[in-house]
Design a binder for this molecule. Structure first.
Ligand SMILES: Nc1ncnc2c1ncn2[C@@H]1O[C@H](COP(=O)(O)OP(=O)(O)OP(=O)(O)O)[C@@H](O)[C@H]1O
Ligand SMILES: [Mg+2]
Length: 499
C-alpha cells in the first residue's frame, strides 16, 4: 500500500498537519489505524457529529465541558494532548473558512512540529486556505492497487463460494484481467461492481466492470472515454510526426522498460485549425492500442473556484489509475489562458491548477502519454513550453501539395470512391491554402453537388466546390504567419519539408 507508506513516513518525520484528499474515508481510516498501530501512536478520530473518539486525556487544565463550538473545542483538545497521538479530523475543510480555526491550526502546527504528534485532515475535497499552505502537507490517497483489488476479489469470491448457482471460478489470466479492469475505481465501487456482476450474470463479467468504469469516469465530468476510431493511416501527411509516433509504438511495454527506454511523456501539437491535431490524438490511441481519455480543460476551470484544484488532481489520479493510457488535453490554451496574465479574478486558482499540472507533467512516472493541442501559442504560459515538460513540440502547418493529394485520397476512400479515378494533382493545386478539414468539406460538398445533379461524383464537382470555398487561411493570414515565425524557432515541423 503506497499511500499508507507515505502516511507512515510523514508521521515519522513529524510533519504536523497532513491533509488527505479522498472519498474513501473507510479505507483511509483503516490505513491510518494500521500505521498508528505500527508506530504505537494512539489514534483519535473526530467528526462534527461524533466528537472526539476515544476521548482525550487532558494533561493540563480543568476537565470540564466548554462552550466552544465543536471544531474549536477539538483543536483545543489536540493542543493540550500528550505526545504519541494522531488526530484524524473528518470533513474539516468547511471550518477552515473561519479565521479563528486557521489561526488555531497555525498555532497547533507550530506547537507540534517536532513533537510526536500529527493532525490528519481528511475530506473528499481539497479546500485549503492560502494562509495554511505552508503548514499543511497535502497528499492524495491513491485508489486501490492491484494487491488491494485482488484482496477484495477474494473477499467477494469467499462470500459466494457456497452458492451453487454462482460460478465464481477464474482462470489466472482472467483474474489478472479482471483486477486490471477494476483499476481506477474506489474500494466501494469495486466491491459493488464485482457483487453486481455475480448477482446479474452469475459470473464475473469483465465487460460489466469496464462499463461501470466508463460510467464513473463519465460521472466525474472531467474525463471522457473515447472509443478508438481512426488510425494513423487516416491521417494524411504529417510524416515526421507519424514517424516519431511509429518509433514509439511499443514503448509502453515491459520489454521497452527492460531495454532502458523511459516512458514517453507526451507531445504538444501546435498549429493551424483543421489540420489534423485532434485527429492525430485519436489515431495514436488506436495505433498504440491504449485507452484514450479526453480531458475537458474548460470544465476543470469552469466549476466553482477552489474545486478547480481538486478537479485537476482527480483527473490526474483517474488517468494514472487507467494507465497505460493517453490523456488528451484538447485546446489546452482555453484552460490555461490567463495564467501569465492577471489571475486577479480568480485569486490565483488558475495559476495553482496550472502549477499542479506542470509539476505532474515534469514528475509523472505513470505511463500516461499526454497529447495536448493548441492553436494559439500566445495564450499558453511560457513555462509550459520549457524543455522537460513535453518530449517534443510539433508544429502542424497547412498541408502542402502532396499532402493535400493524400488527404483527398483518404477522404474519397472514406466515402467509398476510387481515388485513382480522380486527378489528385489538379485537386491539390485547386486547394492551395486549404486545411485538411476544408479538403474533407470539399469532398462532402462535391458529393452533394453530384447527388443533386443525379450523377456519380466527378472531378468537376470537387473543383466547383473548391472554387466556392474561401479557406480560413486567407482570412487568418497574419495569425498563421505569426504562428509560423514562432514555431520556426521553437517547434519541430510535423510535415516533411520537400523544397
Ligand atoms: N491531415 C489530415 N488528414 C486527413 N484528414 C484530416 C487531416 N487534417 C484534418 N482532417 C479532417 O478534418 C477533420 C478536422 O480536423 P481536426 O479536428 O483534427 O483539426 P484540428 O487540427 O484539431 O483543428 P482545431 O484546431 O480546429 O481543433 C478531421 O476529423 C479530418 O476528417
Ligand atoms: Mg482540434
Amino acid at each position: 500500500m503506497k499511500a499508507g507508506h507515505e502516511i507512515e513516513v510523514l508521521i515519522r518525520a513529524k510533519y504536523p498537519i497532513l491533509y488527505i484528499v479522498s472519498w474513501e474515508e473507510r479505507r483511509v481510516e483503516e490505513a491510518v489505524a494500521k500505521v498508528c498501530a505500527d508506530l504505537k501512536r494512539t489514534l483519535h478520530t473526530w467528526s462534527i457529529t461524533q466528537g472526539m473518539k476515544p476521548p482525550v486525556n487532558r494533561t493540563t487544565g480543568p476537565v470540564k465541558p466548554t462552550a466552544l463550538p465543536g471544531e474549536l473545542e477539538a483543536l483545543a483538545l489536540i493542543h493540550e494532548s500528550p505526545e504519541f497521538t494522531v488526530f484524524l479530523l473528518k470533513d474539516f475543510h468547511p471550518y477552515m473558512r473561519d479565521y479563528r480555526v486557521v489561526r488555531l491550526l497555525r498555532d497547533l502546527a507550530a506547537r507540534i512540529r517536532g513533537r510526536a504528534q500529527t493532525v490528519i485532515l481528511i475530506g473528499p475535497r481539497l479546500e485549503l486556505p492560502t494562509d495554511l499552505e505552508k503548514d499543511v502537507t497535502v497528499l492524495d490517497f491513491g485508489l486501490p492497487d492491484n494487491d488491494e483489488i485482488a484482496a477484495i476479489l477474494d473477499k467477494v469470491i469467499d462470500a459466494v463460494k457456497d452458492n451453487p448457482a454462482i460460478d465464481s471460478k477464474l482462470e489466472p489470466a482472467q483474474r489478472e484481467l479482471l483486477v486490471k479492469s477494476a483499476q481506477g475505481l474506489t474500494l466501494d465501487e469495486i466491491e459493488s461492481v464485482f457483487a453486481r456482476s455475480l448477482v446479474e450474470k452469475k459470473r464475473f463479467d469483465i465487460e460489466a466492470v469496464l462499463e461501470e468504469k466508463k460510467q464513473i469516469i463519465r460521472k466525474s465530468g472531467l474525463l471522457e472515454y473515447y472509443a478508438p476510431e481512426s488510425n494513423l493511416k487516416d491521417v494524411g501527411g504529417l510524416e515526421l510526426l507519424k514517424d516519431w509516433l511509429h518509433k514509439r509504438n511499443s514503448s509502453f511495454t515491459d520489454k521497452a522498460r527492460e531495454f532502458g527506454i523511459p516512458v514517453p511523456k507526451g507531445i504538444l501539437l501546435l498549429g493551424v485549425q483543421g489540420c489534423g491535431k485532434s485527429l492525430v490524438a485519436k489515431a495514436v490511441a488506436a495505433n498504440w492500442n491504449l485507452p484514450l481519455l479526453k480531458l475537458d480543460v474548460g470544465r476543470i476551470f469552469g466549476s466553482l473556484v477552489g474545486q478547480s484544484e481538486e478537479n485537476i488532481r482527480k483527473a490526474i489520479t483517474v488517468s494514472e489509475s487507467v494507465a497505460p493510457c493517453i490523456l488528451w488535453a484538447d485546446e489546452l490554451e482555453k484552460g490555461f489562458a490567463g495564467v501569465s496574465g492577471g489571475g486577479v479574478s480568480d485569486s490565483g486558482t488558475t495559476a495553482r491548477v496550472f502549477s499542479t499540472f506542470l509539476t505532474w507533467m515534469q514528475e509523472k512516472t505513470a505511463p500516461v502519454f499526454l497529447i495536448a493541442t493548441a492553436n494559439d501559442v500566445t495564450k499558453l504560459p511560457p513555462e509550459m513550453l520549457r524543455k522537460g515538460r513535453f518530449d517534443e513540440i510539433f508544429f502542424v502547418d497547412l498541408p502542402d501539395g502532396p499532402e493535400r493529394e493524400e488527404i483527398f485520397r483518404i477522404h474519397l476512400a472514406k466515402r467509398r470512391r476510387d481515388a485513382s479515378k480522380f486527378n489528385l494533382k489538379t485537386l491539390a493545386k485547386a486547394t492551395e491554402g486549404f486545411s485538411g478539414a476544408e479538403i474533407e468539406q470539399v469532398v462532402i460538398g462535391g458529393l452533394y453537388i453530384a447527388y443533386d445533379a443525379g450523377h456519380e461524383l466527378h472531378q468537376k464537382d470537387l473543383l466547383a466546390e473548391a472554387k466556392a470555398t474561401v479557406p480560413l487561411s486567407v482570412m487568418m493570414r497574419e495569425e498563421i504567419d505569426e504562428l509560423r515565425t514562432w514555431a520556426e524557432l521553437r517547434a519541430r515541423p510535423a510535415s516533411r519539408v520537400d523544397e
